[in-house]
Design a protein around this ligand. Structure first.
Ligand code: PA5
Length: 462
């Protein structure tokens, strides 16, 4: 079992537009200070996500709930948004069959179908609510704060439907994943005796996938959560190293930061050459964007990279032209899977047709990897920095390691950018304006500020 980052193509020695040797050497020398700052942050208890892989009590709580729920439900509907949805989606997509909801119950090993409501588009919710049998459905409501408008609106809709259909038994079809003390969901759980599983107070939304936020739905869907957490624990251990070259999370964070500040390459593409890992990119986009895009402490300047989700080999026919020849403001991080659980041989047919003949006799696992290598090589040849994260398999262990790698990288990058990677003050004003327009009682100040905004100008409309 191994996860390895090959960053040859990030450095100027290999790629003309890469990170200069003296900048990399300085980063290695200066790493002691960054490492100490992250260690200090951990000492304050702020990095609760690092402890999740070893929290057996928390893990058991999810497993016990899943065990007790086994066989009772045909559908599992997740209500949540942002970090409360992207992690669970990525785990399910990576570790369960792609067409899960079309499998028979036997093929799903008795586990429920899975639906995620991570938006408030009325069509989606109406569709899902119209399709499930409420008497055979479990709704998992995930919200760290326990009060996010989108999730609470979904909850109210679901609760209304459950009350109407099942009366006093409505609560048996709900489980909350939320803060152990605070928030509306916790209060409702207490008052009504609804099952609730804790998100540790020091674990924020986008760092919560290895808490019950990701682990409870995964366990309900039959994912092997023990190796997932073991892979994460192994990576957390590796990321304690005080030498930059030995610390994979720090290497990823430092390289991306150097590319941004030295090379003005602040657009960071994550491109798994793997269908199961496709949704890991969306999860990473939220992690990298919401953690790093903010005002820097000393001078209040807006800083931070822009993450981009991509998917190989598919997006070779969509985005790669831009990566190859567009504005040189990007890095590309590939994810390679060493061994696929199944491989498919390409038959030797049409041997007289040159456009097809060369493919025959190869395997698709070989083809997808050759395409990744070819793209990485072509980018390098054009002076475009890139790296590859190699996973031996796209299994639970390696996915846990990959998640932890990117979470730790985010914390290191936060230190280097001079921002607090753990908060999200920039989304607050939009939230307050929403509350104001919906008439929330405590949103008076936001309502007054909203009213001072420029009104739509008819001359600026077409
Ligand atoms: O990373 C974060 O903290 C956010 O993106 C949250 O996950 C998102 O806003 C949802 O918040 P909550 O889980 O409190 O409903």
């Amino acid at each position: 079992m191994a996860l390895r980052i090959d960053y040859t193509n990030m450095l100027a020695g290999a790629v003309s537009g890469g990170i200069p040797a003296d900048a990399w050497a300085a980063a290695e020398r200066d790493f002691a200070a960054t490492h100490a700052a992250v260690k200090k942050l951990q000492g304050t208890g702020a990095l609760g996500f690092l402890d999740l892989p070893r929290d057996k009590t928390l893990h058991d709580r999810s497993r016990d709930f899943a065990k007790a729920a086994r066989g009772k439900f045909d559908d599992l509907v997740l209500l949540g948004i942002g970090g409360s949805a992207l992690g669970p989606i990525a785990l399910h997509a990576a570790l369960n069959a792609r067409d899960w909801n079309t499998l028979t119950k036997k093929e799903r090993r008795g586990r429920p179908r899975f639906h995620v409501l991570d938006n408030v588009d009325p069509g989606t919710i109406a569709h899902v609510m119209g399709r499930v049998d409420l008497a055979r459905t479990l709704f998992i409501v995930i919200s760290k704060s326990g009060g996010t408008a989108e999730t609470m609106a979904q909850y109210l809709i679901v609760r209304g439907a459950l009350n109407e259909a099942l009366g006093a038994k409505a609560g048996e079809h709900l489980v909350f994943v939320t803060d152990p003390e605070k928030g509306a969901l916790r209060d409702i759980a207490r008052q009504e005796g609804i099952a609730a599983v804790d998100i540790p107070p020091n674990v924020g939304g986008r760092f919560s996938v290895l808490s019950p936020v990701g682990i409870l739905p995964a366990a309900l869907l039959g994912v092997r959560t023990t190796p997932l957490l073991a892979g994460a624990a192994d990576m957390a251990r590796r990321c304690r190293a005080a030498t930059l070259r030995e610390n994979p999370g720090a290497v990823f964070g430092v390289l991306q930061w150097l590319a941004d500040v030295h090379l003005h390459r602040g657009l960071h593409v994550l491109m798994p050459y793997s269908d199961p890992l496709r949704d890991v990119s969306d999860w990473f986009v939220q992690l990298w964007a919401e953690s790093l895009g903010k005002h820097r402490a000393p001078d209040d300047a807006g800083v931070g990279p822009t993450p981009i989700a991509s998917h190989g080999a598919t997006d070779q026919h969509s985005q790669v032209q831009l990566f190859m020849e567009g504005t040189p403001n990007k890095t590309v991080s590939f994810i390679q899977v060493g061994e696929h659980p199944v491989d498919v041989a390409i038959p030797k047919l049409h041997q007289d047709v040159p456009e097809l003949a060369y493919l025959g006799g190869h395997h698709l696992g070989e083809l997808i990897d050759i395409e990744r290598r070819a793209t990485a090589g072509a980018l390098a040849r054009r002076g475009r920095p890139n790296l590859t994260i190699h996973l031996e398999h796209a299994d639970e262990w390696h996915l846990g390691a990959l998640i932890m790698l990117l979470e730790v990288a985010t914390v290191y990058a936060g230190q280097l950018y001079g921002v607090n990677a753990l908060n999200q003050p920039g989304v607050e004003l939009g939230k307050q304006f929403t509350y104001a327009m919906l008439g929330r009682a405590d949103a008076g100040a936001a309502r007054r500020e909203w009213e001072t905004l420029p009104k739509p100008d008819p001359d600026a409309s077409v």
